[in-house]
Design a protein. Structure first.
Length: 172
């Protein structure tokens, strides 16, 4: 991933944030992230893929937090978001993503080459396109399930109402 206008924050840079994340991980019976990155993108996520930020490159289990959104949410709502993201570590969603994304990119590159090859590659392109469409349905169903499980962890960490408020405010 490339994250312009972002930087990694160490425990020395943001001790209260790291303490809150570590305590949340302990309460949810998981390990905390290895790295926390704060950036200007309007998103929160976790990944185990390398992230290039303004000050370098981060690897390992990474938690990305949106600085503008952090400023708009209450402390409990931020904790709910952190709980949700840690829920993705609990469900090992990041491991699946780490293995799945490279495969998806390779399939897309193959499809692009087939599309450019003219009529010779057209049958193979159509087959891969159909497979991608079918697999996309399965992927979306699994994604919804993973998101609901992560929401459940956030509600366990804070409260269902707090998680719901954080989710609505994040989307708005």
């Amino acid at each position: 991933f490339k994250e312009p206008m972002s930087r990694e924050v160490s425990p020395a840079d943001a001790p209260e944030l790291w303490l809150a994340v570590r305590e949340a991980a302990q309460r949810l019976h998981t390990t905390p992230p290895d790295r926390i990155i704060i950036g200007m993108q309007f998103n929160f996520y976790v990944t185990e893929l390398a992230v290039c930020h303004d000050a370098g490159r981060a690897e390992g289990k990474i938690l990305f937090l949106s600085y503008p959104l952090l400023k708009q949410l209450s402390g409990d709502e931020v904790l709910a978001i952190i709980g949700h993201e840690l829920g993705h570590f609990i469900g090992e969603d990041t491991k699946m993503t780490r293995e799945f994304y490279p495969m998806r990119l390779k399939a897309q590159a193959t499809m692009l080459a087939m599309a450019r090859s003219g009529w010779v590659g057209w049958p193979s392109f159509q087959f891969l396109n159909f497979f991608g469409w079918c697999f996309g349905e399965t992927e979306q169903a699994a994604s919804r399930t993973r998101e609901l499980l992560a929401d459940q962890k956030a509600a366990e960490l804070t409260a269902p109402r707090t998680m719901a408020n954080a989710l609505v405010r994040f989307q708005v």
